[in-house]
Design a protein around this ligand. Structure first.
Ligand code: ZN
Length: 261
């Protein structure tokens, strides 16, 4: 009997390079195919400069879904002026989310703190207005982010979250899921392992953050690394790969509503 294909949803990846070369993408697709998996990708953008590339990809490939937004690293004094075009683009059918957005108060990005907070608030308001989920990048700004999210009614993903259990619980209480990626395969990622063990599959979704995260021992990041991340979740929780994948996909589907997009 042929094996049923399961869906595997990568909730956070950056696919701009695919417009120049599709070799890696096609390689990964054949690996998914061999494993009887049907992949879907939520493709992030980081600034107005790559909104059209992200949209183009989602129009070219039915399993790529666009997420548009301004990442905190790219926030400038001029960012506010781009928000009207963002609002116009949110009406496009293939845009399933706002992202990657958020706050990064690490030393390198401290200088834009006030602009970051202003642009985040504006993007959260757009997400509420269009009832779209958000994909969040947060570094050293959990308090500020939590204060913003708790006053709003929205859903989404805190991507690559490696925080304390308490911080993660606050986000889960606000209706957010935790995105787990290849960092989970590092032997020393104790905090991350603890998060997965504590929350179980109910509050997790898969991501690769391609091409930014490499699995231990690998020379480059791959889109099919999501398979290894799901295997690692299964190992940590003592569950079967199929059960993990089904729950994590249900979580992602619930947020991004892919079947209706
Ligand atoms: Zn990212």
């Amino acid at each position: 009997m042929p094996k049923i294909h399961l869906m595997i949803i990568d909730t956070h990846c950056h696919l701009d390079s695919l417009l120049e070369s599709s070799v890696d993408f096609l390689d990964s697709l054949s690996i998914f195919q061999n494993d009887h998996l049907t992949p879907h990708f939520i493709a992030m953008s980081v600034s107005p400069d790559n909104w059209s590339a992200t949209l183009k990809l989602s129009l070219l490939y039915p399993n790529i879904h666009a997420s548009l937004g301004i990442h905190p690293w790219y926030v400038t004094a001029q960012s506010r002026a781009s928000l009207q075009s963002l609002e116009d683009l949110l009406n496009v059918e293939c845009v399933v989310a706002l992202g990657e957005i958020g706050l990064d108060f690490s030393a390198t990005y401290q200088h834009s703190k006030l602009f970051q907070m202003d642009v985040l608030e504006a993007q959260l308001s757009l997400a509420e207005k269009f009832s779209k989920p958000i994909s969040i990048h947060v570094v050293k700004a959990h308090n500020e982010l939590y204060q913003s999210l708790r006053q709003r009614s929205m859903t989404g993903i805190i991507h690559g979250l490696g925080s304390s259990l308490e911080v993660a619980q606050n986000y889960v209480d606000c209706g957010f899921k935790i995105g787990v990626n290849g960092v989970l395969l590092r032997g020393n990622a104790h905090r991350y392992h603890a998060l997965v063990r504590y929350f179980g599959t109910e509050h997790l979704v898969l991501e690769t953050d391609y091409p930014n995260v490499k699995l231990p021992g690998q020379a480059k990041s791959n889109l099919h690394d999501s398979i290894r991340v799901a295997e690692q979740v299964a190992t940590l929780l003592g569950l079967s790969f199929d059960d993990v994948l089904k729950t994590l996909n249900d979580n992602a589907e619930q947020i991004f509503q892919l079947s209706s997009s």
